[in-house]
Design a binder for this molecule. Sequence first.
Ligand SMILES: Nc1ncnc2c1ncn2[C@@H]1O[C@H](COP(=O)(O)OP(=O)(O)O)[C@@H](O)[C@H]1O
Ligand SMILES: Cc1ncc(C[n+]2csc(CCOP(=O)(O)OP(=O)(O)O)c2C)c(N)n1
Ligand SMILES: [Mg+2]
Length: 305
Amino acid sequence: MTTESAFINILRGFAKDPAARGLLDDAAVVEIGDSCLIITHDMMAEDVHFKSNANPADVAWKLVASNLSDLAAKGASPIGVLLGFMLGDDDWDRAFAAGLEKVLGHYGVALLGGDTVSNRGDKRALGLTALGIAANRPVPSRAGAQVGDILYVTGTLGDALAGFELIDAGFDEVGPLADAFNRPQARLAEGQKLAPFVHAMMDISDGLLIDAERMATASRLGIEIDLACIPLSPAYVSYRTDSLESRMQAASWGDDYELLFCAPADARLNVDATAVGRVIAGGGLTLRNGDELVKLPPTLGYQHH
Ligand SMILES: Nc1ncnc2c1ncn2[C@@H]1O[C@H](COP(=O)(O)OP(=O)(O)O)[C@@H](O)[C@H]1O
Ligand SMILES: Cc1ncc(C[n+]2csc(CCOP(=O)(O)OP(=O)(O)O)c2C)c(N)n1
Ligand SMILES: [Mg+2]
């Protein structure tokens, strides 16, 4: 079967409009007169992104938040969404719609349209297109990192991984770890504040390591990450301990929806963020744990295949 990256590579062969940013960014950037429209689309599939017994309101939340997270990474303010929905069980559909209303209300975002089809009893796949207006131009891309920049991440990493494990093991779906998996927060305010002074920015959906490698590739430079610096929450550490292995997993599982950005070493940050590495000459990803060099793990993050 084609992998996600192989398929997107085929599309890159003809997605030549500058607004597509070479299919190398979190969103399309469409200049219209004096305005700049930011457009993104992400899907969620049953058994891939959510379990069949997941709360439909949580699925609605994550579908919206994961798309708004891509707008946040471009410093955009959201204006509306379009929903691609597959009908299934009636109670599920109604609970999803109620959850969708709540999450859109939370973010103050309009439902503008969409499309509805039957799933004929198959697994569901849901899509969402989110539209936003860039608050700052030029719109940050993944490609602007410069040698000497510091690499930062907002929030903590790995909480969604731990939350997923707890839910999968049948524990109560309450508490900060389950919330991190079910109801990620799009870092919209942070993205808008950061946009004017970052050199590069993206969100972390597939894992810090694979997403940082994508930023390095887009910027044609290298990125060095110090695993000892990765921010872990107290809840993550008490559930999964603080070891090199648990840090590596927090950096490569995904579903974090935090912002990853590069800023000059002398920049004074206007949001809470943790320095996790730096931009270096060369290419690709280099890992350290304090003073020690660490071999790259076989998989840097989540890839569909
Ligand atoms: N089916 C598709 N058709 C067109 N573009 C796609 C498709 N799938 C992914 N892309 C593009 O490839 C790039 C990388 O996608 P992805 O890794 O999913 O980004 P993100 O993590 O920000 O959602 C983005 O520019 C995205 O718009
Ligand atoms: C049932 C279930 N199993 C596994 C996962 C883990 N998982 C699935 S997709 C994914 C990465 C993010 O999804 P993707 O579609 O790659 O988002 P994008 O990069 O396009 O924003 C992760 C961590 C999950 N969320 N749910
Ligand atoms: Mg995507």
